[in-house]
Write a protein that binds this ligand. Structure first.
Ligand code: NOJ
Length: 513
């Protein structure tokens, strides 16, 4: 067993949750489902299969038609990805029609994307950019004209840099009003055609990567918890940013529910990253540590959203550094999600770390009093280990602890590195193996009555990856970033997913596809 290093999701890791963890029966974890078809899942729109992306990662056109930089542009241009950045990315801003055609060819039932706030309201607040509105309106129309359901995220690591400069972005309460105004513009302009809104993508990882370790935008941290950050305070800012994110989410939801939902008939939720959290040993200490890890990583957001307050273990361990909800805030936040978006990639093993609570100066991990370990780490090939039982554990906990609210798996997929040869890049059997295992695990969880409404592969095509720029990839479609036209190629996984979506049974025979 080796300790997780700071690569990929480890970074967060460093990040991570507790309400009593539900003990999952071995029967549940049997992935009995390596033989299934689209017909085993409910039909659309009750359940949709899709794939996803986000604005900064695919659009490019960073300086066109009035768009201004987001915190992700600034982060990328600070050398965090070497000489790479998302200025051009996949150029989807110009190629969206071709890309929607690829989605049609693949048979996608839904597509998840995000709206770039600085493209729609370039200064963060104030005048709306008609060209930005036109782009998203056209994309939505293109999807709908082919029967593909749009699932839209409002914040995916990319608030306007103007607001970061003016008042520090998410660490200021001022963002609640500006985010609500941005959401209002989006609901007004696009809401008649959008069935599912997500206010925040992977909110828990954003605050940990962005304000504790400083490895994601806006790259804030303090020593010794993170290094090379221009400013920040790892012991307080993740908690402050989270509080403001929850309040901004709740405010946007209230607006949606009061002004739009009755006529637009959409649903609105918030998305977090989930890990299957498993005690490293069966000692009582590790079992309790796993409960704390659940509280800190998932409950930090889910408890306020479902019960109206942070988990007790967080209040106890974080103390006065954890903001508290006024009764009115608690009422607004509680019950504000029609559904939860869950990103899921892997399982983490939790080891008690009692010593960390004795440190005077603690960040999130220290407050958690636990270490998050990956039994296999990232495989030498750059891939995630394949462990669908982790997803089943997460869904079982959602059912037992949070009352089985509707959830959508918004991200699940296998990471690979770009290979030297085109053949090797396209022949992504490990991605197919990963998707098959997780879709089988999902079906098993649904047979155990988990309330899942959709599954989205991350990502539809290779994109400007959060961790490593364009080096690591998740795409069903390979994008040749060295080709001036950014040519797209279907990988084996694209053919495989397409066959499944078009009704072919998934079993060992499909390996001979
Ligand atoms: C997390 C983020 O939502 C997305 O932007 C990123 O590319 C994937 N998961 C993979 O790291």
């Amino acid at each position: 067993m080796r300790r997780m290093g700071c690569h990929g999701y480890c970074v967060l890791i460093v990040v991570l949750h507790v309400v009593a963890l539900v003990r999952v029966s071995p029967a549940l974890l049997q992935t009995a489902t390596s033989d299934f078809s689209r017909d085993d899942f409910p039909p659309p729109p009750r359940f949709v299969f899709g794939a996803g992306s986000s604005a900064y990662q695919v659009e490019g056109a960073a300086f066109e038609d009035g768009r201004t930089p987001s915190i992700w542009d600034t982060f990328a241009h600070s050398g965090r990805y070497g000489d790479k950045n998302g200025d051009i990315a996949c150029d989807m801003y110009h190629k969206y029609k071709e890309d929607v055609q690829l989605m049609v060819d693949t048979g996608l039932e839904a597509y998840r994307f995000s709206i770039s706030w600085p493209r729609v309201i370039p200064n963060g607040r104030g005048p709306v950019n008609p060209k930005g509105v036109h782009y998203y309106s056209s994309l939505i129309n293109e999807l709908l004209s082919h029967g593909i359901q749009p699932h839209v995220t409002l914040f995916h690591y990319d608030i306007p840099q103007a607001l970061e400069d003016e008042y520090g972005g998410w660490v200021s309460r001022k963002i609640v009003k500006d985010f609500t105004t941005f959401a209002d513009v989006c609901f007004r302009e696009f809401g008649d055609r959008v069935s599912h809104w997500t206010t925040m993508n992977e909110a828990n990882v954003f605050v940990l990567g962005g304000y504790d370790k400083g490895v994601f935008p806006p790259g804030r941290c303090s020593s010794p918890f993170g290094s090379n950050c221009a400013g920040g305070n790892s012991t307080t800012e993740p908690y402050i940013a989270t509080h403001n994110i929850l309040l901004a989410h709740a405010s946007a939801v209230r607006l949606y529910k009061e002004k739009y939902q009755a006529k637009q008939h959409g649903l609105i939720g918030l998305d977090i990253l989930t890990y299957g959290l498993v005690p490293l040993t069966n000692s009582t200490e590790d079992e309790k540590a796993a409960e704390r890890a659940h509280d800190f990583f998932h409950g930090w957001f889910l408890n306020p959203l479902v019960f109206g307050d942070y988990p007790e273990s967080m209040k106890r361990n974080v103390g006065s550094r954890l903001p508290s909800f006024t009764p009115l805030q608690s009422k607004l936040v509680k019950g504000s999600c029609d559904f939860f978006g869950l990103n899921h990639y892997r399982t983490m093993y939790i080891k008690d770390d009692p010593g960390s609570l004795n440190m005077n100066q603690r960040d999130y991990l220290g407050d958690m009093g636990a270490q998050m370990l990956s039994k296999q780490g990232i495989l030498p090939t750059g891939e995630f280990p394949i462990d669908p039982a982790g997803l089943q554990i997460v869904l079982e906990n959602f059912k037992e602890v949070y009352g089985n609210p509707p959830v959508i798996i918004y991200e699940n997929g296998q990471m690979t590195f770009h290979n030297a040869s085109l053949d090797a890049t396209l022949n992504d059997t490990s991605r197919v193996e990963y998707l098959e295992a997780f879709m089988g695990g999902l079906l098993q969880a649904m047979r155990n009555e988990s309330n899942v409404k959709g599954y989205f592969v991350w990502s539809f095509m290779d994109l400007f990856e959060l961790f490593a720029g364009p080096r690591s990839t998740f795409g069903l479609y390979y994008v040749d970033f060295d080709n001036p036209d950014l040519k797209r190629y279907a990988r084996f996984s694209a053919h495989w997913y397409s066959s499944f979506l078009k009704g072919r049974r998934i079993n060992q025979y499909l390996w001979h596809y």
